[in-house]
Write a protein that binds this ligand. Structure first.
Ligand SMILES: N[C@@H](CCC(=O)N[C@@H](CS)C(=O)NCC(=O)O)C(=O)O
Length: 316
C-alpha cells in the first residue's frame, strides 16, 4: 500500500526530527468466508521470526486457538541482514528452511507475491501470511492476522476459543491502540531515536503507559473484561513486548527507567501469560536476545550480546 502524500510528509518530518518512524504494512487482504481467501485447513502458511514481537503475536494466537494442524509455519534465522531482510537457515536451531516456496530469503517470498518487490526498495517484514492456493501473500500486519485467525477459528477450525469476543471488541481494540505507539512501538522509538529529545519523548511516554498499565492490572488478571477480565488479543499484543523487555529492551533500547520485574502486576501478567498452555513453547529466548544485539550493529557496534539478566521471564 502506497502511503498518501500527507502520510509521506508526516514521515519525513518525524524522521528529520531524529525519530524512528515505522512504515505501514503492504499486504492487507483478509481471510473471509465468501471472499478470495476463504478459511481452509492446510491452505495458509505463516512465515515468522522467533525474535520478532509482531510475529510472536501470530504464533501465540495460532497456539491458543488450536490452529497448529491447520496453519503451517516456517521460521527465519534470528540474524537479520544489514539491510533489514531475513534469511532461512535450517541448520540454525529453532529456524527452518522455506518449506513452501523453497526460497533462501524472505525477499524471495515477497517477490513471488509482488513482482518488482526487490526493485521497490522495500524490505519484507515478518510476520507474513501466505496463501498456497493463489501463491501470494494475504497479509503482513500482525494485528490483522491475529484477528483473522479468530475468524478462521470461528469457521469451525481449532479448539473453539475466541480471543476477540464480539461484546468486548471495542475495548480490545481501544486497549491495543492505547498500547501500540507508547509501548509496542515505543521501545523501538526509544532504541532507534537519533536525537536526545526524540529518545526522551519516547521513553517518557513508554514508562507513563507502563505505570498506567501497572495500575490498571491492580486486582485484574487480564486487560479487558469484567471482574478480573478475560484473556484476549489485547493481552497477547502487550505480552510479546513485555516478555522481551528485561531481556533486551532495558539495555539495547535504553528503556531503563524500570524493568518489568520492578512492576509486581506487570511481572505477574507476563508470568500468567507464559503459563497458558503452549505459550512458553512459543518463546525462544536465544532467538530473541541474539537477534537484537547482533542484528542492530548501528546501535551495538561490536555485536556483543550481554550475559544477563539472571532473573526474568526467560528463567521461569
Ligand atoms: N506492522 C508490522 C511490523 C512488522 C515488523 O516490523 N517486523 C520486523 C521484525 S520485529 C521486521 O521484519 N523488520 C524487518 C525490517 O524492518 O527491516 C506488524 O505488526 O506485523
Amino acid at each position: 500500500m502506497k502511503p498518501t502524500d500527507e502520510q509521506a510528509g508526516a514521515w519525513t518530518k518525524a524522521f528529520d526530527a531524529g525519530k524512528f518512524v515505522r512504515k505501514s504494512s503492504e499486504f492487507r487482504d483478509h481471510i473471509t468466508k465468501d471472499g478470495t481467501f476463504s478459511p481452509q485447513s492446510g491452505r495458509y502458511h505463516l512465515y515468522v521470526s522467533h525474535a520478532c514481537p509482531w510475529a510472536h503475536r501470530t504464533l501465540i494466537t495460532r497456539t491458543l486457538l488450536g490452529l497448529e494442524d491447520h496453519i503451517s509455519v516456517d521460521v527465519v534465522d534470528w540474524r537479520m541482514n544489514p539491510n533489514g531482510s531475513w534469511s532461512f537457515n535450517e541448520d540454525e536451531e529453532g529456524a527452518t528452511a522455506d518449506t513452501v516456496n523453497g526460497e533462501s530469503t524472505l525477499e524471495g517470498v515477497y517477490e513471488r507475491a509482488f513482482s518488482g518487490w526487490n526493485e521497490s526498495g522495500r524490505i519484507g517484514t515478518v510476520p507474513v501470511l501466505w496463501d498456497r492456493q493463489h501463491a501470494t501473500i494475504v497479509n503482513n500486519e500482525s494485528r490483522e492476522i491475529v484477528r483473522m485467525f479468530d475468524g478462521f477459528a470461528k469457521a469451525g477450525f481449532g479448539n473453539g476459543v475466541t480471543l476477540a469476543p464480539e461484546q468486548w471488541r471495542q475495548e480490545i481494540d481501544a486497549m491495543i491502540d492505547a498500547n501500540y505507539e507508547s509501548v509496542n512501538n515505543g521501545v523501538y522509538k526509544s532504541g532507534f531515536a537519533r536525537t536526545q529529545s526524540a529518545y526522551d519523548e519516547a521513553v517518557t511516554a513508554l514508562f507513563e503507559r507502563l505505570d498506567e498499565l501497572e495500575h490498571h492490572l491492580d486486582g485484574r488478571e487480564w486487560l479487558v473484561g469484567e471482574g478480573t477480565g478475560l484473556l484476549t488479543e489485547a493481552d497477547l499484543c502487550l505480552f510479546t513486548t513485555l516478555v522481551r523487555f528485561d531481556l533486551v529492551y532495558v539495555v539495547h533500547f535504553k528503556c531503563n527507567l524500570r524493568r518489568i520485574i520492578d512492576y509486581p502486576n506487570l511481572k505477574a501478567f507476563v508470568e500468567r501469560m507464559i503459563d497458558q498452555p503452549g505459550v512458553r513453547e512459543t518463546c525462544h529466548w536465544h532467538h530473541i536476545k541474539a537477534h537484537y544485539f547482533w542484528s542492530h550493529q548501528n546501535i551495538n557496534t561490536f555485536r556483543i550480546i550481554p550475559l544477563g539478566p539472571l532473573e526474568g521471564a526467560h528463567t521461569s
